[in-house]
Each structure stands twice: as structure tokens, then as C-alpha cells.
Design a protein around this ligand. Structure first.
Ligand SMILES: Nc1ncnc2c1ncn2[C@@H]1O[C@H](COS(=O)(=O)NC(=O)[C@@H](N)CO)[C@@H](O)[C@H]1O
Length: 420
């Protein structure tokens, strides 16, 4: 959500943002509805004042004049009820339109579709194998770490069982992420994944993209696609203290995605599945763009440190306007080398929202001068598994089919240096 005053003052910039992000929203209609909203609010206010004045005057009038004023006051009441009914409809359309307005991208964001995504750095070299490398499914089957067939039997497409060392590696990379983030001042959180609609709407996953969420209608609950939803909604409707900001949360959760529109895409192996686990970084900060930029870089660095500890080659890409979400001001993905794809595959996504989410969730903080302001929010993946296991297993495989465990991960898999 943006500030309606900002939208009025920068309508053309908002329309441009909608065009660049490919979001359908009628800004002119919003401005007209906003105009009508303000008119009606004033009219109803004036009518109520008149009615109150009348009510005060009636007892002081001579009896023969009271009836006339009572009749006028009754008619006033009718008019007020009609105006309030119209106002309710106008407010509903106003709110629905406000939820669609996109956040303008930062000036440094590349303009265009995903082909305009800009590689900003590359770390490490993709390995060249002196033998025909196996893909992650072959490696995991070889070491009894995966069962996709039974996953499909039990849960349908894009489902799987991890087994044995597959489970230990899965939990190991998640724990490695939690331990790093705890060292770096993040509060560790185990979060609700069955949430109320306001948390999905407040973080921007509704209404646009609503079809991606699993819905449990009997309880009016939704499964989160990311712990970001639960973590950012944690302080909804609260007034924080400026001295407590920035707040840093590391949330671990299952993540559930219907992957509507991905039919036929990434159907091999563990790249795109309906259920996965993720350690998520979320920061709530003061309303300061320069600070947000620094915190965005901090979130990226945390993820890069994990990839360095996992000894994986990766690159950082700044995402172009056509590939960004409605609420993002700035977005970088980290892509990690995946030999079986012969390409870098997205493993992390780092986003800056400014106050887009905080306005929707009413997360404010009290500034030192006593005034209130909406917080700025940011998030980034720390580790998402099993997707990261694709890179981990395939890059560290050896000719004899064994897999070398990076030093940093060994404590989490019983000290083993190899799998197999
Ligand atoms: N369907 C999926 N299957 C497996 N992994 C996925 C899937 N969708 C996303 N991921 C992983 O989760 C990471 C974050 O997902 S994201 O939608 O890009 N971004 C977010 O969820 C943000 N909250 C930052 O984590 C992705 O980079 C990817 O590593």
C-alpha cells in the first residue's frame, strides 16, 4: 500500500510503475474514487453537525415550532443514512484499488523484462568434471536419500520424500543458516504456517498472486509460501520504539506453493516442489532509504556467507522491473551453479519494500520527536531446501559417486567428510 497523498502527487510515476511491472490497475479511477470519498466524508460530517445543532435547539423552541424542526431532523437522518451507504461502497472500491497499486522501483533498478536482469557479481567457478557428472536425483537415489515415486504416490506431482543423509543434509543446511544468523544478531523464530488472510494481504501475497496459496476454507486459513508472511505480520497493528529498530528476525518454516502457471516448468527433481523448508531473514527498520539500502546489502551478504561456507559457485543478479513483485522497490536474486541444469539456478531472493508492507499491516514506530511513522521492511532467503541440495550434491560429487561435505556442514551430518 502507498500513501494516497503520494499517489495523488505522483500519479504518472505510479502509472509508469504499473506498466513496467505489468500490473493492471486504473489509477485515474482510484483518484476519482478518492475524490468522491473525501466529498462524501465532508458532506456526512456537515449533515451530522446540522442534526446535532437541531437536536440542541428543539427543546428551547416554543412547542408549535418543535414539530417542524423534528420533521426536518428526521429527513436529515434519512439523508445521512443514504450518504453513508454510498460512502461504504466508495470506501470498498477505494480500498480494493489501493491494494493493487505498485511500489515504484528504485532508480537503480534495470528497466525491462527478465532479460534485463543485471549480473552484479560472480563468485567461484563452476566445476569442470573429468567424468560425466550425475544429477542430484541420480546421486540421491544412489545413496538412498530420496524417493520421488512414493512422494508422487502419497502427495501427487512435485512431491518427494527425503531419506537418511538426505534428511541430515536438509536439516544441516537449515541449521547452518540459523546458527549464522543468530551469531549476526537475528532473533530465531519458529513461525505459524497456517495464517489468517490479513497476513497474506498485508505482506502483498494477496490479492495479486492469491492463487498461489493453499486455502483451508473450513478454518479460513492459508498456508504460507514463505515465513516472510508470518514474520512481517508479527508486529501488525503495533507501535514499535525507534530505539529498538532495526529488528532482525530469522524464521524457519515449511513453505507451501501451488505453483499455478508453472505446469511443465522445472518438473525434474527437487527444483520446483509444492512443499519445502526455508530459513527466512526479515528486517523491520526506520523509514530511511539509505539505511534500507545498507540493510539490503547486509541481507545479501548473510546469504553469500552461507554459500561461501557451502563452497558453492554463485552469482548475484539485480532483478529488472518486469520481473519484480508489486511491492518491491529493489530486488536481487542469488543464483547458484547447478551442473545438471548447466546454468545458475535461483536460490535466494532479496527484497526491499520501504513502507509498502508496513502500511498494509499498520506497523508503525514512534520517532524521537514523538511523531509516528510506518516502518520499512526487507527480506531475503537465508537457505531454502531442498533446492539448495541440487547445487550442494552436484557440485561436490566425486567420480566414484561419493559426495564431499564442505567443512562447515560436517558438524551437522555427524562429522562425516563424505556421503557414500
Ligand atoms: N516451488 C519451489 N520449490 C522449491 N524451492 C522454492 C520454490 N519456490 C521458491 N523456492 C526457494 O525459495 C526461495 C525464496 O522464494 S522467493 O519466492 O523467491 N522469495 C521469498 O519467498 C522471499 N520471502 C525471500 O525468501 C527461492 O529463491 C528458492 O530458492
Amino acid at each position: 500500500m502507498l500513501d494516497i497523498r503520494f499517489i495523488r502527487a505522483h500519479a504518472d510515476r505510479i502509472k509508469e510503475a504499473a506498466r513496467l511491472k505489468g500490473i493492471e490497475v486504473d489509477i485515474d479511477r482510484l483518484l476519482a474514487v478518492d475524490e468522491r470519498r473525501r466529498e462524501l466524508l465532508q458532506e456526512v460530517e456537515a449533515l451530522k453537525q446540522r442534526r446535532n445543532e437541531n437536536s440542541r435547539r428543539i427543546p428551547k423552541l416554543p412547542p408549535d415550532e418543535r414539530e417542524r424542526l423534528r420533521e426536518e431532523t428526521r429527513r436529515l437522518g434519512e439523508t445521512i443514512r443514504e450518504k453513508e451507504a454510498e460512502l461504504a461502497a466508495v470506501l470498498e472500491e477505494f480500498h480494493a484499488l489501493m491494494l493493487l497499486v505498485p511500489n515504484p522501483p528504485s532508480p537503480d533498478t534495470p528497466v525491462g523484462d527478465e532479460s534485463a536482469n543485471r549480473e552484479v557479481k560472480r563468485v567461484g567457478e563452476p566445476p569442470s568434471f573429468p567424468f560425466p557428472p550425475k544429477n542430484h536425483v541420480e546421486l540421491m537415489l544412489l545413496h538412498d536419500m530420496l524417493d520421488v515415486e512414493r512422494g508422487v504416490k502419497v502427495a501427487g506431482s512435485r512431491s518427494y520424500f527425503l531419506k537418511n543423509d538426505g534428511v541430515l543434509l536438509h536439516l544441516g543446511v537449515l541449521r547452518l543458516a540459523l546458527d549464522l544468523l543468530r551469531e549476526r544478531g537475528f532473533t530465531l523464530m519458529y513461525v505459524p504456517v497456517l495464517v489468517n488472510a490479513f497476513a497474506m494481504e498485508g505482506t502483498g501475497y494477496f490479492p495479486l498472486g492469491r492463487e498461489q496459496a493453499y486455502h483451508i476454507p473450513e478454518d479460513e486459513k492459508y498456508l504460507v509460501g514463505t515465513a516472510e508472511v508470518s514474520l512481517v505480520a508479527y508486529h501488525a497493528e503495533e507501535i514499535l520504539r525507534e530505539e529498538d529498530l532495526p529488528l532482525r528476525y530469522a524464521g524457519i518454516s515449511e513453505a507451501f506453493r501451488r505453483e499455478v502457471g508453472s505446469a511443465g516448468r522445472d518438473t525434474f527433481g527437487l527444483y520446483r516442489v509444492h512443499q519445502f523448508s526455508k530459513v527466512e531473514q526479515v528486517i523491520l527498520a526506520p523509514a530511511d532509504e539509505e539505511l534500507s539500502y545498507q540493510l539490503h546489502m547486509e541481507l545479501l551478504e548473510n546469504a553469500e556467507e552461507l554459500l561461501r561456507r557451502l563452497e558453492l559457485p554463485y552469482r548475484v543478479v539485480q532483478i529488472a522491473t518486469g520481473d519484480m513483485g508489486q511491492g518491491q522497490v529493489r530486488k536481487h536474486d542469488i543464483e547458484t551453479w547447478m551442473p545438471s541444469r548447466g546454468a545458475y539456478g535461483e536460490t535466494h531472493s532479496c527484497s526491499t519494500f520501504h513502507d509498502f508492507q508496513a502500511r498494509r499491516l499498520k506497523i508503525r514506530y514512534r520517532k524521537s520527536d514523538g511523531s509516528l511513522a510506518y516502518a520499512y521492511t526487507l527480506n531475503n532467503t537465508a537457505i531454502a531446501s531442498p533446492r539448495i541440495l541440487i547445487a550442494l550434491l552436484e557440485n561436490h560429487q566425486m567420480e566414484d559417486g561419493r559426495i564431499r561435505i564442505p567443512e562447515a556442514l560436517r558438524p551437522y551430518v555427524g562429522g562425516k567428510a563424505y556421503i557414500g
